[in-house]
Design a protein around this ligand. Structure first.
Ligand code: ADP
Ligand code: VHF
Length: 384
């Protein structure tokens, strides 16, 4: 059966730990594996790190740069070289590839999110393997993915992947960092991410990796909530992906949950960057989680952060645990005034106010004054 697979490979697997030179044999095996998977009829996206690492090796820098401007310049050097190596290897197997460089902003804007979706679909239809990286050279500090684990999960959600493979320099997730703790126990399957509450997750294992297991678990969360099965496995044996698809018990598997019912809801849940939090009372939690209802002001107990109408916010229960995300109909200043208030009293408290244009207002133009709902159920996605 043809499936959509996103494979992410980290700098720690693509480069030699000591010299920073490319790990050519790993790259060659990765390219062979991807080509074989393509020939089996699968649709593939590769998310490849390495621009900064390869750029440093090219420029003879022995440490990863700390200054943003230097990192951005070095990434510009490395990204071109990395793609050249990929293109040489894939060309020798007659496999066409493409380069897609994304910034966080590209997924926040609904129109560019949809554009990115269409481009991926077209490339996959043409049998091309898109190779994705963050556009490090222009990404600003405020709107960055920051690590390619998160980027790969967002791409997996965008392309509606069946699998996300996180290829790294350890063979799976452990109860603690196996490079620091010899008693660390392997974890083969994660049914629910709550099982990992007591896990010791350290930072990157090498000077070149970003985020370590922390960002891989965050990525698995996004992927699982998008209905994508995530596997953490060794990057130096990428051919294991073929065996895993045949059912081999390799790596750590994260069981996926039901995905949001449509692409727009996936965009609300994962494409947008939440600007604040709303805390809900027990009645509101039941209404939205079990009743599929819209969120009303009466169910709010607190408003955190500063945001505008139509921004994305996180919905939490009274203990602050995330339940879902949604697009708010009111700015935070107004919500603070109508927290816990019955819908019929909202106009009296806020006055008539201005009509507001929706974020995705191309199709739905002006919202009525003082809408009944704080978040309409069409704009609300449960993530737990
Ligand atoms: N609980 C854990 N289980 C496995 N590895 C862990 C854990 N905590 C931290 N790590 C570290 O995470 C590293 C992999 O992350 P990272 O260096 O960012 O790799 P990549 O470049 O593949 O993204 C491993 O080398 C390991 O040292
Ligand atoms: N975009 C950066 C990679 C950032 C990143 O997440 O690195 P890694 O932890 O090695 O996957 C680069 O290409 O160097």
């Amino acid at each position: 059966m043809s499936q959509t697979l996103v494979l992410k490979i980290g700098t720690s697997s693509l480069t030699q730990p000591d010299s920073g030179d490319l790990a050519l044999s790993t790259l060659a095996r990765l390219v062979e594996t991807l080509t074989q998977l393509r020939r089996q009829g699968h649709r593939l996206v590769l998310v490849s790190s390495g621009a900064v690492g390869v750029g440093c090796a090219r420029l003879g820098l022995s440490d990863r740069p700390r200054r943003l401007a230097t990192k951005q310049a070095v990434a510009a050097v490395g990204q071109g070289r990395l793609m050249r190596v990929y293109d040489d290897l894939f060309t020798s197997l007659q496999q066409p590839i493409a380069q897609i460089l994304l910034t966080r902003k590209d997924l926040v804007q609904r129109s560019s999110y949809v554009n990115a979706y269409n481009t991926f679909q077209e490339l996959l239809k043409l049998g091309v393997i898109p190779i994705v990286n963050e556009n490090d050279t222009i990404a600003t500090e405020e709107l960055k993915f920051g690590d390619n684990d998160t980027l790969s999960a967002l791409v997996a959600s965008l392309v509606e992947a069946d699998w996300l493979f996180l290829l790294t320099d350890v063979d799976r997730l452990y109860s603690a960092d196996p490079n620091r703790n010899p008693d660390a126990q392997p974890i083969k399957k994660v049914k629910h991410l709550n099982e990992l509450l007591n896990l010791e997750v350290g930072n990157a294992g090498s000077a070149w990796g970003t985020g370590g297991m922390q960002t891989k678990i965050a990525a698995a969360r996004i992927a699982s909530d998008s209905g994508v099965r995530t596997v953490i496995t060794a990057g130096k044996t990428p051919e294991n992906v073929l065996a895993i698809l045949e059912g081999a018990d390799i790596g750590t598997h994260f069981v996926p949950h039901a995905k949001p019912e449509n692409a727009r809801k996936r965009w609300i849940a994962f494409g947008l960057v939440p600007q604040g939090q709303l805390l809900l009372d027990a009645g509101a939690v039941t209404a939205i989680c079990q009743g599929g209802k819209s969120l009303l002001a009466a169910g709010l107990t607190a408003v955190r952060g500063k945001f505008q109408a139509n921004d994305a916010v996180i919905l939490c229960d009274e203990r602050g645990k995330e339940l879902g995300r949604g697009l708010v109909n009111y700015p935070s200043d107004d919500l603070e005034r109508i927290c816990g208030v019955q819908s019929e009293d909202i106009s009296r408290i806020l006055g008539d106010g201005e009509s507001r244009t929706l974020r995705d207002g191309e199709s739905r133009t002006l919202r009525e004054r003082s809408p009944d709902t704080v978040i309409h159920r069409d704009n609300l996605v449960l993530t737990r």
